[in-house]
Ligand binder design. Structure first.
Ligand code: HEC
Length: 198
């Protein structure tokens, strides 16, 4: 809703009800399987919840949660890939990570120390016929040799309400293990990857 519509709606005393009714409707899911969602439906669900995500992740002052949206986007749009609980995903890369990450190289590199990837997620519930904000999932590259079990990646998360998520390192890393050649990065689906020059 633009500011102008918001103000004119407020003039009729409708602002609040109209805004919440709209938010309800645009998060509705009508398909029987999340993989039946078309690209434009995924984008519409994402746009519906985008502001809620940003506001929620930053609410408790988490440093990444409050800042990741000023980082480099890595995808042309949010997408469902199948991992991460069949969620709609959208990843951002900080300044240190962006140059290397956006090459989507398959082998022969290690991400620079201080690299951070932050992935927004939206949970699609077929049962509840509704999409809702999921956690912000993050990977931070620590000093070389500091966490041998994860090749120095620290996996963290922020809940949709801004609170820190308890994250079991092995849970995250075990699933990222097949991507060892690309320093455990799995990357967005090829069709939505955003190159550096775009
Ligand atoms: C079931 C397998 C699986 C689990 C478990 C998993 N991931 Fe991932 N992760 C993936 C895949 C596949 C991608 C790439 C998907 C995409 O971006 O579309 C990915 C991407 C990411 C990215 C973006 C960087 C990249 O790899 O391109 C971050 C950040 C991330 N995961 C964090 C986490 C955290 C934190 C946890 C634990 C709470 C976790 N992941 C658990 C499979 C998994």
């Amino acid at each position: 809703m633009t500011l102008a519509t918001r103000i004119s709606a407020a003039a009729f005393g409708l602002a609040l009800t109209a805004t919440s009714a709209f938010a309800e409707d645009c998060a509705a899911v009508t398909v029987e399987d999340q993989f039946d969602l078309e690209a434009d439906q995924i984008v519409a669900l994402y746009e519906c919840l985008e502001e809620t995500l940003i506001e929620g992740y930053g609410r408790e002052g988490d440093e990444i949660g409050a800042n990741y949206r000023s980082w480099a986007p890595t995808s042309t749009r949010a997408a469902i890939q199948g991992a991460h609980g069949n969620r709609i995903l959208n990843t951002f890369a900080n300044d240190i990570a962006a140059e290397q990450y956006l090459k989507y190289e398959e082998e022969g590199f290690t991400m620079p120390v201080g690299s951070i990837l932050a992935k927004e997620s939206i949970t699609v519930s077929i049962k509840k016929k509704k999409a809702r904000p999921g956690p912000l999932l993050m990977m931070t590259k620590m000093e070389a040799g500091s966490i041998p079990e994860t090749n120095d990646w620290l996996y963290t998360g922020v809940q949709p309400n801004g609170k820190t998520m308890k994250v079991k390192q092995s849970f995250c890393h075990d699933c990222h293990a097949p991507y060892e050649d690309s320093d455990f990065l799995a990357y967005p689906m090829e069709e939505v990857r955003l190159g550096q020059d775009q």
